[in-house]
Design a binder for this molecule. Sequence first.
Ligand SMILES: *Cc1c(COP(=O)(O)O)cnc(C)c1O
Length: 399
Amino acid sequence: MADAPGGDKKGWKPATQAVRGGLMRSQHGEISEALYLTSGYAYDSAEQAMRRMAGEEEGFVYSRYGSPTNEMLQQRLALIEGAEACRVTGSGMGAISSAILAPLKAGDRVVAATALFGSCRWIIANQMPKFGIEAVFVDGADLDAWKREIDKGCQLVLIESPANPLLDGVDIEAVARLAKAAGALLVVDNVFATPVLQRPLEMGADVIAYSATKHMDGQGRVLLGAILTDAKRMSDVYDPWLRHMGPAASPFNAWVVLKGLETMQLRVEAQSRTAARLADVLADHPAVNAVRYPHRKDHPHYEVHKRQMKSGGTLLALSLKGGQDAAFRFLNGLQLVDICNNLGDTKSLACHPSTTTHRALSDEDQAAMGLDRSWVRLSVGLEDADDLEADLLASLNSL
Ligand SMILES: *Cc1c(COP(=O)(O)O)cnc(C)c1O
């Protein structure tokens, strides 16, 4: 397999990397990335098998360790992000659970923002203590709380910004400085922003984790995750974990995401434009209590989002005056937008976080992240903005 001419040029801009980065063409010269479905690899000799297994010779040995299609995707993602190394996993949670568990041991202490994706919160709150790792949650917007808890001693910090479900913002640069001073690793879940809108490595993060299921596939087809970090940490900390724990990604799913990445920037920019317009329209409706959109001035973390993100992103949340009853009637009245807890899809999707994605949290824990039963989360897709606006307003008007 020969590298495409210039196939890994470091100087290309992210949009070019998203289309051409990591491309490895076979002897057939295919234009579109090849899909290699194989679990094992034939060696020329027993000696070669020995050298490959010992890591003395480049080459694939088993698809739990690495495979050609996955390798193309890893290189492409690393080049888009500006990271030294990337590994893909079977789902976003496969990536994030590995990103936060592999570096830790009993006796360590983790500090995380209260507003997190439900499963990330579950791992930290319920799983880490089982392994003797102390877990503390802080209000992500409260820098004094971050400083107080990180300074008590801490090995790993996890943040998500914008966070599920109300698009809370965390000042990544400020938390990165605190983590660095304490010798803690900063892991950022950058799913909502995507590398198109936010670059946490440039703000001091050590590890970036993605659910590629969202905007990277972007068309609602497959699950996949990714971990990005420097080459040394990848080979020392994550490679052994990933090999032996086994959250490997299917090459088919990796291939789907490779193709999804080629249109990611266009999609994210277009979906963000529509989301910004819809946020303004919804905020003016009499049935709506409040709208949360990262680049609207009435978002409590507007300043942070404005500084960190190129645009407000593809997600917004709205609170309805009639509580859960109104939220359910609003969702049930939508004709175009689907009711679905996925996000980042070309199809617009809406959900009721309190009773779906965040239902495992008690009312008190939900309240601690500002969530109550009046909120609906909307992931804005690629449909015509006029059609989306008409659908949302028709359902609101019928309440
Ligand atoms: C979806 C999501 C995840 C988990 O990803 P999966 O691909 O569903 O496993 C983690 N974090 C955030 C912010 C997400 O939106």
